[in-house]
Design a protein around this ligand. Structure first.
Ligand code: ZN
Ligand code: FE
Length: 256
């Protein structure tokens, strides 16, 4: 399965999963339709599935127009969020398994940013590595704002993602990495892996390169929101309970 990254709007990514042999594509969180239609038409691909991580408009905004262009496409979304993603055709729950282009996909429930946020995990299979599409839950160097969930929920969600295999590539929905790391470094200045990553990411952004995908290994080493049990972050936040550490670091990021 080939994965393409379409930058849209200010800082969103739409991901296109391609099954060349079937001339078919799936898209993750199409914020807008036009660039997706153009990309698929240029490659003579038919849209078969839209995967939605959550209901925000910068993730579902393009879906109705994609369904007009490809009326047979399925829309996979959280069953519990049918009211806010009304065009879904397959209501999913945490723990559900599906097949997409011959690869198993696991649905993970990851509330925190929104109440019904889900993520899609493709375990390694047939010589291809593990892939995670996590919307606005986990970002490279950061995590989503707590719009509808609690710090406890976000901690559980991030623990779940952090526990995936280290080689898992993380396809998050926004290019926020540089700003996230600029904040992270204020919280954990003594983390050499974080310092090194910040330098690298600044150089990549200056060269116009994308910093997504990230990996579970890299996030575990440098993302403060996955490091709420580290002594360094407990000390800087003045908290011991991991959920309190997360809440405090998130609060600081909100006003950074
Ligand atoms: Zn969002
Ligand atoms: Fe978003």
């Amino acid at each position: 399965m080939e994965i393409q990254r379409l930058p849209v709007l200010r800082d969103n990514y739409v991901f296109v999963l391609v099954d060349r042999a079937a001339a078919a594509a799936a898209v993750v969180d199409p914020a807008v339709a036009e660039p997706v239609i153009a990309a698929l038409e240029a490659q003579q691909l038919q849209l078969s599935v839209v995967l939605q991580t959550h209901h925000h408009n910068d993730h579902i905004g393009g879906t109705p127009a994609l369904l007009s262009r490809w009326p047979g496409a399925q829309v996979w979304a959280a069953a519990s969020d049918r009211a806010r993603i009304p065009f879904q055709t397959d209501g999913l729950r945490g723990g559900d398994q599906r097949l997409l282009f011959h690869r198993p996909v696991q649905v993970l429930e990851v509330p925190g940013h929104t109440r019904d946020h889900i993520a899609f995990f493709f375990p390694a299979s047939g010589g291809e590595g593990p892939e995670l599409f996590c919307g606005d839950t986990l970002f490279a160097g950061g995590c989503g704002r707590l719009f509808e969930g609690t710090a406890e929920q976000m901690l559980r969600s991030l623990d779940q993602l952090s526990g995936l295999p280290e080689a898992t590539r993380i396809w998050c929905a926004h290019e926020y990495t540089e700003a996230n790391l600029r904040f992270a470094i204020t919280q954990e200045p003594g983390n050499p892996a974080l310092q090194e990553r910040f330098q690298l990411v600044q150089a990549m952004r200056a060269a116009g390169e994308a910093t997504v995908p990230s990996s579970v290994a890299l996030e575990r080493a440098t993302n403060p929101f996955l490091r709420c049990r580290e002594a360094s972050l407990q000390q800087v936040s003045g908290c011991c309970e991991p959920a309190l550490v997360l809440a405090e670091i998130r609060r600081r990021k909100d006003v950074f």
